[in-house]
Design a protein around this ligand. Structure first.
Ligand code: SF4
Length: 224
């Protein structure tokens, strides 16, 4: 075992325990966006920026009846697509991203969503977060860990990463979390972030991770 691996060992053990407890608490933790194929998940993930998953699901319930292929997003006037996704907010930007993304799918991937990180992040407006969501949940491939606002906040509070840049946080988490748990781990932190470790007032007194969390007392004091 290298010196670096040795220093990581206690952190890895603590991370395993965090995962064990969260799995017990949220046995059904999974992606809350509704989709039936990779294209739908890609679209839903683009629409979920600055929007709740519930609202996205309400919009996509009808959207996906009308737009079934990547080409469908290119076949309507831009204004019509904007109107169809308007309730998700930032609809002008999102419509442009959808168009550019679907254009690339049609031109370079036969209209299909590619199943690898390198090709996904080359699509317009797609970063590692969206790519990880699609790879992990539509293709069941763990190439990285989704770092959204909840994962970012909890990784910091739980002392799993001291970084602020999502890609650096992801790299820290990939060192600590076993690869077979990468997809589930993000869901677990997202569930915990929504239910207990909220941005404004974490409920440390109710938290099953309190004895493992370096921020427990600090956060309680700050918000009491
Ligand atoms: S102890 Fe508090 S800060 Fe730590 S994970 Fe739980 S709710 Fe969040």
């Amino acid at each position: 075992m290298s010196e670096h691996q040795e220093t990581l060992a206690p952190q890895k053990e603590r991370t395993q325990e965090i995962i064990r407890r969260l799995k017990e608490l949220y046995p059904d933790a999974r992606c809350s966006l509704h989709f039936t194929n990779p294209l739908e998940l890609l679209v839903a993930t683009i629409l979920s920026a600055q929007c709740t998953d519930e609202r996205v699901n309400r919009v996509t319930a009808t959207l996906f009846q009308k737009y079934r292929t990547a080409q469908d997003y290119l076949s309507v006037p831009l204004e019509e697509l904007e109107e169809d996704i308007r309730p998700t907010g930032f609809y002008k930007n999102k419509a442009r991203t959808l168009r550019r993304c679907c254009q690339a799918l049609v031109e370079h991937h036969g209209g299909q969503v590619p199943a690898d990180m390198a090709s996904l992040v080359k699509l317009s407006g797609i970063g590692r977060k969206t790519a990880n969501v699609v790879l992990g949940n539509a293709f069941h491939r763990a190439e990285g860990i989704v770092v959204d606002t909840h994962v970012k906040r909890l990784a910091g509070r739980l002392g799993l990463s001291g970084q602020t840049d999502p890609e650096k946080i992801e790299a820290d988490l990939m060192r600590l979390v076993p690869q077979e748990e990468w997809v589930r781990f993000a869901h677990l932190l997202i569930y915990h972030g929504r239910q207990i470790c909220g941005a404004r007032k974490p409920k440390c007194a109710e938290c099953v991770l309190a004895d493992l969390c370096p921020s427990a007392q600090e956060e309680e004091k700050r918000f009491s």
